[in-house]
Ligand binder design. Structure first.
Ligand SMILES: [Zn+2]
Length: 259
């Protein structure tokens, strides 16, 4: 069954995503498996939408019962895919709702719109919508090898595809070309769309691309990268976990060269 988003509902009960610190959820454990709590939505909960007959709400964990808190990452595979996607929305929307209690234009309090996903200033009427920050991630290929890099920022030392945020006025393809050049000193061509992945932390949308090496040798100009190299599909370093589009790009690269 598919998720159908909504703003208002008659429902007062449903599945409740209690968000903790913007990146974790309160869950109930039954037979060891995590479940989304079911019950009456607290006052001020955000209605997210429905899956079938089931209404979904989000609220801050401080509004809910004392339950086990678990990182969203650890719910991947434990919730079904549709529900996991709603959990991502819950995290993003609770953070957005909390961050925009006051108008950025005049400073007066805002309130939730009853007709669309926005908060509206009670004084000047200025509306604030959830913002999405697009970022690109790209697998660069050269003669059957992929450019992978290790960032100082990664909590564990794995190698991944290069990535970066889109700047104002840029097309996604231009961001791909600019980022690879800035971070690794390489010129790329033939930029092709691969797929995308929403990520609620920081409200980003990762857009994946494949592209080909055109010129240049690896020069780490950006202080962000610790190491970068070309890797053959049968000699990969430690790569990111399955959850990520980075891993999907790398798996696709390996699959294409398997034969
Ligand atoms: Zn205002």
């Amino acid at each position: 069954m598919r998720f159908v988003g909504g703003i208002r509902t008659e429902a007062t009960e449903g599945r409740l995503f209690f968000v903790s610190k913007g990146q974790s959820l309160a869950i109930e454990r039954r037979d060891g498996a995590p479940h989304v709590p079911v019950g009456r939505a607290p006052v001020g909960a955000i209605f997210l939408g429905t899956i079938g007959d089931e209404a979904y709400f989000a609220a801050d964990a401080s509004e809910g019962p004392e339950l086990e808190i678990i990182s969203l990452r650890h719910l991947f595979g434990a919730l079904h895919d549709e529900e996991f996607a709603v959990a991502q929305r819950a995290l993003g929307l609770v953070a957005w709702d909390q961050d925009h209690r006051h108008c950025g234009r005049c400073g007066a309090p805002t309130e939730r719109s009853q007709t669309e996903r926005s908060r509206v200033c009670t004084k000047c009427g200025f509306g604030v919508y959830p913002r999405i920050s697009p970022a690109v991630i790209m697998l660069v290929e050269r003669e059957g090898k992929a450019l992978l890099a290790r960032s100082h920022r990664f909590p564990v030392p794995f190698f991944s595809a290069l990535a970066g945020f889109v700047e104002l006025g840029e097309t996604l393809e231009e961001t791909v070309v600019r980022e690879v050049h800035e971070e690794a000193g390489i010129t790329v061509t033939n930029v092709r769309y691969f797929g995308s992945q929403p990520w609620p932390l920081g409200g980003s949308l990762m857009v994946g691309f494949n592209c080909d090496w055109a010129a240049g040798e690896i020069v780490l100009e950006d202080a962000e990268l610790a190491e970068a190299d070309w890797f053959a599909p049968n000699a990969l370093p430690v790569v990111p976990p399955k959850l990520s589009i980075a891993r999907a790009l790398i798996d696709d690269f390996v699959a294409r060269h398997a034969g």
